[in-house]
Design a protein around this ligand. Structure first.
Ligand SMILES: NC(=O)c1ccc[n+]([C@@H]2O[C@H](COP(=O)([O-])OP(=O)(O)OC[C@H]3O[C@@H](n4cnc5c(N)ncnc54)[C@H](O)[C@@H]3O)[C@@H](O)[C@H]2O)c1
Ligand SMILES: O=C(O)[C@H](O)COP(=O)(O)O
Length: 527
C-alpha cells in the first residue's frame, strides 16, 4: 500500500479520502532535517503553508509521485525541483477563495473601526469611546492589486458596501475589470489615489517588495493597506517605518516574509495602527473542508494512476477533456517512442502534426505525451508528463507543432517527424474505433499495423522472394512472427515491411537481415 505523509494540519475529511488507497501518517511540525530523513519512504506529501518543501526534501523523496498543497499558494514548494524529478504538484485553486476574500474585508473593516483594540480595552475593564473613533469605507476608494479569484470577490463585496474601485493587474482585460465595477489603472495611480489598498497577487520575482518605501511614500497619509496575499510582497521594515512616521494611516497584515513572524518584528510595536493575524486567510471550517477534499482526491487519483485536475506543473488536463483525449495521448506516446528508435535514440528535432479532428483539440497534452514517448528509451520511468517538456528542452530537442484539419483518412491522426543520429524518419498513427492504435504510415509508406512490444521494420526493394528470405532468417533464429505488413508506393519500387514479433530480436540477427539482397535498411523497435 502506498504511504502518504501529511505534514501540516489537514481536515479529517481529506485524510479519510486518502485512507481509501494509502496508509496516511500525520506528522506535523517536523523540522526540515527530520523530513529529509523520513521522506524516502513516502509516495505522496500533503501540506499547507507550514511546510517548506525544499530541493533537499524533494531530492530525498525518491518515491514521491505527488505533493499536494491544501490551499492556493505553492511558493513554499520548490516546484522546479519537483518538476525535474517528475513529481506532480497540485493545489486547490478555489477551495479557500471566499475565506481569503472575507478575511481581507474583515481586516479592512476592523482596521477602520479599531475593533481589535476596542475589544481588548473593554475586556480589560475600560469604557473608552473617544479613543476608538473610526472611519467609514462607504464612498472611499479601494485599490485592488491582483484581480484574480480572491481580488474579484473582494471587488464584489466592496462594491456592495458602496466603495469606488480601482484595480491593477497586468494580466486582466479592461472588460473583465469593468464587469467587476473596477477602473483598471496603472500601479502608480492606484497607489496615489486609493484610501485602501488590498493586495491579491502571487509572490513572484516581480511582486517581491512591490510595496516598498518608495510606494508607501506615494500613498495618502490617510490610506490603509491590507496584505492577505503573501509575505514579501510588502517590505515589512519599510511598512513599519511608514506607519511610525505617519506616512500612512494603517495596515492589516495576515502574511509575512518569515512565518511565524519574528518576535522582534517592528510590526509588533505599532499599536492600533496595525492589525496582525497569523496567516488566517484560509482558516474557516468551510475552506479547510474544501481544500482537504480537493487535494486529497487528487492525491488518491494520482496514486491510482489517474491524472490530477489542478496540477501546477503539467499542462491543464481537465477530466472531461482528458477522457476524450486519453486514447490520443497513448497514441502520441507510442509514436514518440517508435520514431525515437527509428532515428537512433538521440533526437535533435521533432515536428508534431495534429491532423483531422485532432487539429481542433488542445494540443499541449498531446505534445507532452509525444515527448514522453520520445524520451522513454533514454530516461525510462524517469520521464513522465510532469518533466517531459523540461527534459526535452534541456536535451536541446527543437519541437515544432503544426496542424492540418484537412487530412481526413481517419477521424484524427498524428504525424511525427524526427531528426536524429540515424537521419530523419516519420510515423503517422490513428485510432481505430476511437480506441485501438494503428500505425498508418512510416516514412511516407502507407501501412496499417497495431503497435506491438517487439517490431522489425525494413526498407527494401519491392521484389519477389525478399519477404520469404526474412521470414526464413527469423525462423532460423527461433523468432516467431505475429503479423506482417508490406507497404509500397509503386510496384517494384521501394517498400517497407513491418513485422510484429513475439520475441525480441537476438544479437546478430539484424546484421544478417541487412545482408539480404534488396534490403536497404532495417530497424528493431521495442515498445
Ligand atoms: N492569506 C491567506 O491565507 C491566503 C489564502 C488564499 C490565497 N492567498 C494568496 O492570495 C493571492 C491571490 O490568490 P488567488 O486565488 O486570487 O489567485 P489568482 O491566481 O486567482 O489571482 C492572482 C491575480 O494576480 C495577478 N497578478 C500576477 N502578477 C501580478 C502583478 N505583478 N501585479 C498585479 N497583479 C498580478 C494575476 O493576473 C491574477 O489575476 C495569492 O498570493 C495566494 O497565495 C492567501
Ligand atoms: O495560499 C493559500 O492557500 C493560503 O495562504 C492558505 O494557507 P494555509 O493553508 O496555510 O492556511
Amino acid at each position: 500500500m502506498p504511504k502518504v505523509l501529511v505534514s501540516d494540519p489537514i481536515d479529517q475529511v481529506g485524510l479519510d479520502i486518502i485512507s481509501q488507497v494509502a496508509q496516511v501518517d500525520v506528522k506535523t511540525g517536523l523540522p526540515a532535517e527530520e523530513l529529509v530523513k523520513i521522506i524516502p519512504e513516502y509516495d505522496a506529501l500533503m501540506i499547507r503553508s507550514g511546510t517548506r518543501v525544499t530541493k533537499e526534501i524533494i531530492e530525498a523523496g525518491t518515491q514521491l509521485k505527488i505533493i499536494g498543497r491544501a490551499g492556493v499558494g505553492v511558493d513554499n514548494v520548490d516546484v522546479p525541483a519537483a518538476t525535474r524529478q517528475g513529481i506532480v504538484v497540485v493545489n486547490s485553486p478555489q477551495g479557500n477563495t471566499i475565506a481569503a476574500a472575507e478575511h481581507a474585508i474583515a481586516m479592512m473593516l476592523a482596521l477602520s473601526r479599531h475593533i481589535p483594540e476596542a475589544n481588548v480595552s473593554v475586556k480589560s475593564g475600560q469604557w473608552n469611546r473617544k479613543q476608538f473613533i473610526g472611519v467609514e469605507v462607504y464612498k472611499k476608494t479601494l485599490g485592488i492589486v491582483g484581480l484574480g479569484k480572491i481580488g474579484s470577490h473582494v471587488a464584489s463585496a466592496a462594491k456592495a458596501m458602496g466603495m469606488k474601485l480601482l484595480a491593477y493587474d497586468p494580466f486582466i482585460s479592461q472588460d473583465r475589470a469593468e464587469q467587476l465595477g473596477c477602473r483598471l489603472v496603472d500601479l502608480d495611480l492606484l497607489i496615489r489615489e486609493s484610501d485602501y489598498i488590498s493586495l491579491h497577487m502571487p509572490k513572484t520575482e516581480e511582486t517581491y517588495h512591490l510595496i516598498n518605501a518608495q510606494a508607501l511614500a506615494q500613498m495618502k497619509p490617510t490610506a490603509r493597506i491590507i496584505n492577505c496575499a503573501r509575505g514579501g510582497i510588502v517590505d515589512e521594515v519599510a511598512l513599519a517605518e511608514a506607519l511610525k512616521n505617519d506616512q500612512i494611516a494603517g495596515a492589516a497584515v495576515d502574511v509575512y516574509e518569515n512565518e511565524p513572524l519574528e518576535e522582534n518584528s517592528p510590526l509588533r510595536e505599532l499599536g492600533q495602527k496595525v492589525i496582525l493575524t497569523p496567516h488566517l486567510g484560509a482558516s474557516t471550517e468551510e475552506a479547510q473542508v474544501n481544500v482537504a477534499i480537493d487535494v486529497a482526491e487528487q492525491i488518491r487519483d494520482v496514486l491510482l494512476g489517474l491524472p490530477a485536475r489542478s496540477a501546477v506543473n503539467i499542462p491543464g488536463l481537465y477530466p472531461d477533456a482528458l477522457e476524450q483525449l486519453k486514447p490520443y495521448l497513448q497514441l502520441a506516446e507510442t509514436l514518440g517512442n517508435l520514431v525515437s528508435q527509428l532515428v537512433g535514440g538521440r533526437v535533435d528535432f521533432l515536428d508534431i502534426r495534429l491532423q483531422g479532428d485532432l487539429a481542433n483539440r488542445d494540443s499541449k497534452p498531446v505534445v507532452v505525451a509525444a515527448l514522453k514517448g520520445l524520451l522513454s528509451q533514454a530516461l525510462r520511468e524517469r520521464v513522465n508528463y510532469v518533466n517531459a517538456t523540461i527534459e526535452a528542452k534541456e536535451r536541446g530537442i527543437r519541437v515544432i507543432e503544426t496542424r492540418d484539419a484537412s487530412v481526413c483518412d481517419y477521424t484524427g491522426s498524428l504525424h511525427l517527424e524526427a531528426k536524429g543520429s540515424l537521419g530523419t524518419h516519420s510515423v503517422t498513427g490513428a485510432l481505430l474505433g476511437d480506441r485501438e492504435i494503428r500505425v498508418t504510415n512510416i516514412d511516407d509508406f502507407p501501412i496499417n499495423v497495431p503497435p506491438t512490444r517487439y517490431m522489425l521494420f525494413t526498407l527494401h526493394r519491392d521484389m519477389p522472394g525478399i519477404i520469404g528470405k526474412i521470414g526464413s532468417l527469423l525462423g532460423s533464429f527461433n523468432v516467431n512472427i505475429a503479423s506482417m505488413q508490406v507497404g509500397r508506393k509503386i510496384v517494384r519500387g521501394e517498400a517497407v515491411m513491418v513485422l510484429s514479433l513475439d520475441d525480441p530480436l537476438p544479437d546478430g540477427l539484424l546484421s544478417e537481415i541487412m545482408k539480404v539482397a534488396g534490403i536497404r535498411d532495417a530497424y528493431t523497435v521495442t515498445l
